[in-house]
Design a protein around this ligand. Structure first.
Ligand code: SDX
Length: 396
């Protein structure tokens, strides 16, 4: 390519493209799903409403809400054979290693929903993935701690069902705490989609080859795992715990100095964003949720929350961060909320993948619905050696 850019649907469908799903204004710090501000969705809707919106373009009315909930609820169980996938992993395997395997493994069970170019198959696989991700994440957690799996219970809400599968045991019934269920549901909403981020680009590129939907979503899970992307919530909490262990608020100045030192390669995890050059609206909602959950649990003096707010205050006033327009992103507070709910730090990114699955599916469907889409085939500008001949090894 000599600088002249010609329209190539295959390339645009994966690297950058027109979309009607999520709108982000990085300078204003605005995020809308299908035109609805994230602030309204996070406070007035639940995650399944948000799934319906992302998949079908509209919030459900009462009848649609009931039938969509029933459809998802009736697909929450996984094939019993999935347990044998889990048994192949060490108990201390990272949950994202397990999830990458389990999600890809779903392709082996649901042959009636593997043709990505068949709209019916796409719809069935979408419902299955949204319904089964909580079950798989909870199974990965239970497997890691050596507890029996808890089956989904169909009279619970989506998020209450997930909390029960995570924290329930056969010995005693799990009583969902409404504040915690609301908090996890809001975490799902805030992570549901985010335009053309790295893992969404991965899912689009993978799906553009015609592979099955489960495999394409598994590719998104693998990409999300990286600490620069979905793994940042785990890295941000580990960073806060590390600062807390080494002196807490008093150590912030020294830590900020390390971040500014180019040779240290230390980043303020949970800060900065490829698109937001203002406050990530999700971070504001996450901080509010943090406050609600900690207060409800009588943990308003949680030292990590105090440390996070002190770190945020100092960073937002520091020239280094101001000049680079670095603000908290969705990952800065989400770890503190999840830790307060009782979710282990190693599971944070798996929860992110659970939530983002609906966004990946909506983006995949949008790409496939474009009659001009082709397999993604980005080109490279070759800057290597000119043509040359092979010499006998003695002359090399
Ligand atoms: C997610 O794309 C999405 O939408 C992703 C996501 C989604 O919902 O899918 O929003 C989820 O991935 C959120 C981001 C989570 N990642 C982290 O919190 C990890 C820490 N943040 C960074 O690694 C970083 O901010 C990135 C990777 C997110 C963005 O990196 P960029 O593109 O380099 O950021 P930039 O161009 O704005 O950086 C400008 C400057 C650079 O310094 P200089 O070379 O100009 O001196 O700011 C520096 C960067 O080195 N910088 C940071 C920093 N982030 C950028 N310095 C310290 N700490 C940071 N966190």
């Amino acid at each position: 390519q000599t600088g002249k850019f010609t329209y190539d649907p295959g390339f645009l469908s994966t690297a950058s493209c027109n979309s009607s799903i999520t709108y982000i204004d990085g300078d204003k710090g605005e995020l809308l799903y299908r035109g609805y501000p994230i602030e309204q969705l996070a406070t007035q809707c639940d995650f399944l409403d948000t799934c319906h919106l992302l998949l079908y373009g509209e919030l459900p009315n009462l009848e649609q809400q009931a039938s969509f909930k029933k459809l998802v609820t009736n697909h929450t169980m996984v094939n019993e054979q999935m347990q044998f996938f889990l048994r192949g992993f060490r108990r201390d395997a990272h949950p994202m290693a397990v999830m990458t395997g389990l999600v890809g493994g779903l392709s082996a069970f649901y042959h009636d929903s593997t043709d990505i170019n068949n709209p019916k198959h796409r719809e069935i696989s979408a419902i299955r993935l949204i319904a089964k991700m909580p079950t798989l994440v909870a199974m990965a957690y239970k497997y890691g701690i050596g507890q029996p799996y808890i089956y989904p219970k169909n009279d619970l809400s989506y998020s209450a069902n997930f909390m029960r599968m995570m924290f329930g045991t056969p010995c005693e019934e799990y009583a969902p705490n409404d504040v915690l269920v609301r908090a996890i549901d809001r975490i799902f909403i805030l992570h549901a989609d985010h335009e053309q981020n790295a893992s969404t680009s991965t899912v689009r590129l993978c799906g553009s080859s015609g592979t099955n939907p489960f495999a394409a979503i598994a590719a998104g899970v693998a990409c999300l795992w990286g600490p620069a992307h979905g793994g940042a919530n785990e890295a941000a909490l580990n960073m806060l715990e590390d600062i807390q262990r080494n002196g807490g608020v008093e150590r912030i100045g020294e830590f900020i100095k390390q971040v500014k030192d180019k040779n240290s390669n230390v980043k303020l995890m949970g800060f900065g964003h490829r698109v937001y050059k203002n406050y990530d609206p999700r971070a504001k909602l996450m901080r509010e949720t943090c406050h609600e959950v900690l207060s409800a649990l009588g943990l308003h003096d949680d030292p990590l929350f105090k440390l996070a707010m002190a770190l945020e205050k100092i960073a937002l006033e520091d020239e280094y961060f101001v000049a680079r327009k670095l603000y908290p992103n969705v990952d800065f507070y989400s770890g503190i909320v999840q830790r307060a709910i009782g979710i282990p730090v190693s599971l944070f990114t798996a929860i992110f993948a659970l939530a983002r699955t609906v966004g990946w599916i909506a983006q995949l469907n949008e790409m496939i619905a474009d009659p001009e889409y082709k397999i993604g085939r980005p080109r490279q500008l070759f800057v290597g050696s000119k043509a040359r001949d092979v010499k006998p090894i003695g002359e090399r």
